[in-house]
Write a protein that binds this ligand. Sequence first.
Ligand code: BGP
Length: 470
Amino acid sequence: MSLPKTFLWGAAMAANQCEGAWNEGGKGPSVADVMTVGSKDTPRRITDQVEAGIYYPNHDGVDFYHRYKEDIELLSQMGIKCLRLSIAWSRIYPNGDETRPNESGLSFYRSMFEELRSHNIEPIVTLSHYEMPLGLVNRYGGWKNRALVDLFVRYADTCFQSFGDLVHYWLTFNEINVAEYNPWSPTGINMHPGQEGYWQSIYQAAYHQFIASAQTVIHAHEINPELKVGCMTLAGIVYPKTCHPLDAKAADDFQNDMLAFADVQAHGYLPPFLQKMMKRRGATIESRPGDKDLLRAGTVDFVAFSYYSSMVQSGTEESPEMTGGNMVGSVKNPYLETSDWGWQLDPMGLRLTLRYLANRYRKPLFIVENGLGAVDKLENGHVEDDYRIAYLRAHITAMIDAVDEDGIDLMGYTPWSAIDLVSAGTGEMKKRYGFVYVDRDDTGQGTLARIPKKSFFWYRDVISSNGTDL
Ligand code: BGP
């Protein structure tokens, strides 16, 4: 067993899902602040503005904004070497288009990163994790407007200049490819697949993010050559439903579609199959002279990804049985069990995903999300989440095999989530992922007390043994 001593064991979270304090410290509203609570079967509703009398779970999150010191202290007891979190863009530029940053937002993150450093925890920071300022939606129409490129790059520059001494690892857009399936949170476009003009908006928005990503990488390296900037994509190996060639083609098509955006960030150009796909879907991208050079010059240093499930595609069946998944559903795999939310559990799929991404990108990889959403029961002050331990044990085993036997260059592992927080997909609290239980329910009731789960102590031993004690 040979994980490098420098392996970044950690955990992950995101500002919009944990911080709360949605209108404190000069923060402006973000796209997450107008989303209600949904469920496995009911999508979250999006309102135009924050409306009185509606419960918005992200407004309070789990109050990390006020409790980050005690949370970091607790997480340091778990022995994590890194913590993946995000900066809320709307805390730094409340409406997104101010010319000067909000000082109180800057000092909040500065003291958070200092706190992490004082516990020897490396921050891994996402610049945009489903929390763009709502002002950019209302005034500019979200990412389909080219103006967003400069506004984002200004925000990124502010972050590099303000925190570059404390934060060395950066991610640009969380799950950039989710825009294809569920565009509101990543791009501020409130449309649904099938709607007239959908693909035009989505691809134009994604194109602007590619340009912004490239510029961000270039600026980060200019500001401090030590900074490493990665892309972040939702990933999962796609299996054909059978060995029928049409099933194999459907799986390959889906895999390409899913990774097309990370391809641009990693390789520096729009792959021909993406260009053809855009055309078939009726999208004509507006570009500017110089864009191609920018894309080529601004490729990412590493490829980070979330992995929750493998997927299945069929090219032979009209309406195969489907099941749930991380932002995108899948044909049901009869060999796999599912979580309570229908996500298929497949540790071997993680190993195959690592192999696949390593071949496709030939850059260091980083698993920045992986975990089990489950209903946890707090009984006599304890949460016995053996199912989560079993899930993580199997996935970590697969990950170590990928490093050990397949030679994958893997920087680290930050399972979702460090502590319980608001679900991105459903807005629920009862869909829990954390190593630490947070006393809060789906109606906003609870003391917000923090209680380490059984998995907390298990993961502490995993980390301290560098993955040998599973
Ligand atoms: C990813 C997001 C995270 C997180 C996770 C779990 O898509 O990057 O923000 O929430 O999935 O998903 P959910 O919260 O919908 O269960």
